[in-house]
Design a protein around this ligand. Structure first.
Ligand SMILES: Nc1ncnc2c1ncn2[C@@H]1O[C@H](COP(=O)(O)OP(=O)(O)O)[C@@H](O)[C@H]1O
Ligand SMILES: [Mg+2]
Length: 582
């Protein structure tokens, strides 16, 4: 792992500080040395001139004893004094005893000596070969017989001491700077590193979908980064939300489709399927992704269809019958998906209802034909009989003609009812609403049946009460009421037929109650079907068409209402319809 940010900063700062202090110490030492040396040079030069005066005075007193003079001058000045002749030979030296003078090497080539020999005072710093320490030498030219140069030397101990104290000071300052700098850097970087870490944590939590916010203050670069992170998170949430909504909508569409839908991959596995598909195969839940279609459906025709769609690269459709779990006609459409890498979308449309509709229509046509044939056969038969000679049969011909008339009436009634029913079942049929009083309407209809009822020995009554008004189609309600009263009068042998009606806030109702034979419970649910009769022979004999209750049901249904029946064999029947207000 790389060094942590904090350590990197600390190391960089330490390097900078150490370099700065080293440079400063070097420069300061150099400057100090220059300064000290220049001051010492001046002093030594003055001392050298003094020594020269001294030695010159000695020389004027008599022949010069150079070693003694050097010793005396050195003692007086508390310095090392060297006397050198014009050839560069040392003739006297404070630190060199007389016997060893001859062994001292020639000083002609020493820089300060060479300059003094040339007439210029000069200084030099050198490690003395004679005494082994750093010495400052200053040489001045002398006009003394036997001595051409007076040189004074002094140890540079001051410089060494100065260097040492400067170094100590520098080191101390460096140490303090390092400590303070390090603490500061450690604290500052610590804070920033903590902020960076916090931003990192926020970023990874945003990645996990948590609703967290990064700190945006203080508003420096890290604050800005925090703000950008928050913006990014908001945008991310928005986009995710949009994607989720879109997905939910798709799911909803798929879930609520009545057609069974399955997406099948190249290997024949179901990728997606909806609830309707599960319902078609009578399993509680749609198959899980990855279920082999073969195992789920067990319908080789469907597999072939999927295969055909894939190999032809276009939509293929077929009407087939699924046998398992129970026979069911379906229209199957298999469509290869362009972007699906061999995936095929299979849609199964249930044709049971359509088939049922076709069957019902066929039944209806058969029924109608049958109903028409009976009176027609009868009419033709009697007409033929009349033409075949019965016209002369004065006793029976009236009977025959009456029967023909009766059958023609039946035909007429049948055609009327069929027409009514066709009107009611016409797609888009709407009641023509007007404001009507149902009581008045019932009274009128009852009046039309009163004569028949009385002839049959029945009491036809209407329960007392005030007007019952509603918005409805008069003709349709007349049909409904007439059919109910007709049935009650027709099928009741003795007793009474009672019509009652009423209303509350929500609806209007009308009930026709009789004391007739009643309807067996097993027939009750079917009496509203077209051509359904409980007792065929009896209905025919009474001139029924078997369509009356169908008409009632449709007429009431067009008003948004419903027809109910209560009946028990031998105890009469009650038919009731209810129509909601508004
Ligand atoms: N009030 C009633 N009492 C007994 N049976 C009834 C009554 N109303 C209807 N039905 C039975 O319901 C059948 C269907 O009635 P409807 O559709 O009016 O046909 P229909 O032309 O036979 O009257 C009738 O054939 C009859 O068997
Ligand atoms: Mg009827």
């Amino acid at each position: 792992m790389r060094l942590p940010v904090r350590a990197q900063f600390a190391i960089a700062q330490a390097l900078v500080l150490v370099t700065a202090f080293a440079l400063f110490t070097m420069m300061a030492a150099h400057e100090q040395r220059r300064w000290v040396v220049r001051r010492d040079v001046e002093m030594l030069e003055r001392m050298a001139r003094l020594a020269e005066l001294e030695v010159a005075a000695e020389a004027r007193r008599g022949p010069l004893d150079a070693p003694a003079a050097a010793l005396a001058a050195g003692r007086a000045l508390r310095a090392r004094v060297t006397l050198i002749d014009s050839a560069g030979w040392v003739v006297g030296d404070t630190d060199v005893p007389r016997p060893r003078l001859a062994a001292v090497e020639n000083h002609r080539e020493r820089p300060e000596v060479r300059a003094a020999l040339a007439g210029r005072p000069q200084w030099a710093v050198r490690r003395s070969r004679t005494v082994g320490i750093d010495l400052l030498y200053v040489a001045v030219p002398a006009r003394i017989p036997g001595v051409a140069v007076v040189r004074v030397a002094e140890r540079l101990t001051a410089i060494a001491r100065l260097d040492a104290s400067l170094l100590a000071l520098s080191l101390a300052a460096a140490a303090i700077s390092l400590l303070v700098g390090f603490t500061l850097i450690y604290w500052v970087t610590g804070r920033q590193v903590a902020r960076i870490r916090a931003l990192g944590t926020v970023a990874s939590r945003i990645g996990k979908g948590e609703a967290v916010r990064a700190r945006e203050l203080p508003a420096d670069e890290l604050g800005r980064l925090g703000r950008e992170l928050n913006q990014m998170a908001a945008e991310l949430r928005e986009r995710l939300g949009a994607i989720e909504r879109e997905r939910d909508e798709r799911e909803q569409i798929l879930a609520h489709m009545r057609d069974g839908v399955a997406l099948i991959d190249e290997a024949g596995r179901i990728l997606r399927a909806n609830r309707s598909l599960a319902e078609m195969f009578e399993v509680p839940l749609p198959p899980e992704s990855g279920t082999p279609f073969q195992e789920f459906a067990r319908a080789p025709e469907l597999e072939e269809l999927v295969h055909a769609a894939r190999s032809r690269g276009r939509s293929v459709e077929a009407d087939l019958r699924l046998w398992s779990p129970r026979p069911r006609p379906v229209r199957a459409t298999a469509t290869p998906l362009a972007a699906g890498e061999g995936a095929v979308l299979l849609v199964l449309h249930d044709l049971s209802e359509a088939e049922e509709l076709i069957r019902m229509r066929q039944d209806f046509v058969a029924n109608v034909s049958h109903e028409l044939r009976t009176p027609l056969t009868s009419i033709r038969g009697y007409a033929e009989t009349l033409l075949g000679g019965a016209l002369d049969d004065t006793e029976r011909r009236a009977d025959f003609v009456r029967t023909i008339h009766q059958q023609a009436d039946r035909l007429h009634a049948l055609v009327e009812d069929l027409l009514s029913l066709a009107q009611l079942e016409r797609p888009g049929a709407r009641p023509r609403v007007e404001s009507i009083d149902l009581r008045e309407l019932v009274q009128r209809q009852a009046a039309a049946f009163r004569h028949r009822a009385e002839r049959a020995g029945l009491v036809l009554e209407i329960a007392p009460g005030g007007p019952v008004t509603l918005e409805a189609d008069r003709a349709l309600l007349e049909q409904a009421v007439a059919n109910l009263i007709d049935n009650a009068v027709k099928y009741t042998e003795r007793g009474r037929v009672r019509v009652s009606l009423g209303s509350d806030e929500a609806r209007v109702w009308c009930e026709v109650e009789d004391t007739g034979p009643g309807i067996p419970p097993e027939d009750l649910p079917r009496v509203f079907e077209r051509f359904y009769r409980v007792d065929k022979a009896r209905s025919r004999e009474k001139g029924g068409t078997g369509l009356g209750l169908s008409i009632v049901k449709h007429a009431v249904a067009l008003h948004g209402g419903q027809v109910l029946v209560r009946s028990r064999p031998g105890q009469g029947s009650t038919f009731r319809f209810e129509i909601p207000r508004g």
